[in-house]
Design a protein around this ligand. Structure first.
Ligand code: 2BA
Ligand code: 2BA
Length: 115
């Protein structure tokens, strides 16, 4: 089993979760923040059998689009109006994916009647 950790744009995350669960895979989404842009993104955890990792990556690729956004240079916000150089383009979207081996997955449920 592998734990696929996908950092995606919040914008893409609902579509991604729908595509994952439509295929019978399971996922958990956590709201996160990028260290560089300090903007909200989403981290999606997907625990998946080894033979479905390639399919999972393919689902992520097809549901998370790259796009270019214009960002204000955080170091000179007060000059942006006069100096367009205070703005720059950053490619956002797509996904950053980590694939981590899972030693064990355990589901703990309390049986009816158990105290
Ligand atoms: P952020 O850290 O907000 O980064 C957003 C985008 O800004 C990055 O896109 C990259 O294009 C650019 N960027 C980031 N750090 C930079 C730097 N030091 N110098 C120049 N440009 C920089 P992505 O690379 O696609 O990353 C998207 C988000 O994925 C990141 O948001 C961060 O939340 C996460 N991420 C990327 N690499 C990571 C890593 N090695 N470990 C943990 N999280 C990572
Ligand atoms: P949810 O995804 O909201 O799922 C809630 C419950 O719905 C699940 O309970 C399961 O009984 C059912 N379920 C989920 N996906 C299904 C599917 N594709 N087909 C049929 N039934 C489905 P749990 O299995 O106890 O999972 C509880 C929560 O743990 C999940 O919430 C999810 O956030 C997380 N989770 C479970 N398995 C995961 C995995 N392999 N990777 C990542 N997160 C997982």
């Amino acid at each position: 089993m592998k734990f696929v950790i996908a950092i995606v744009q919040d914008y893409d995350s609902d579509r991604l979760l729908r595509a994952i669960t439509d295929r019978g895979l399971r996922a958990t989404k956590i709201s996160s923040t990028g260290g560089f842009l300090r903007m909200g993104n989403a981290t999606v955890f997907i625990g998946v059998e080894d033979q479905r990792v390639a399919e999972t990556i393919d689902i992520i690729r097809r549901n998370c689009e790259s796009r270019v956004e214009v960002q204000l240079d955080a170091t000179s916000p007060e000059y942006v109006e006069w100096f367009p150089a205070g703005m720059h383009e950053v490619t956002v979207g797509g996904a950053v994916v980590f694939i981590v081996p899972v030693e064990r997955m355990v589901q703990l449920r309390r049986e009816d009647g158990q105290t």
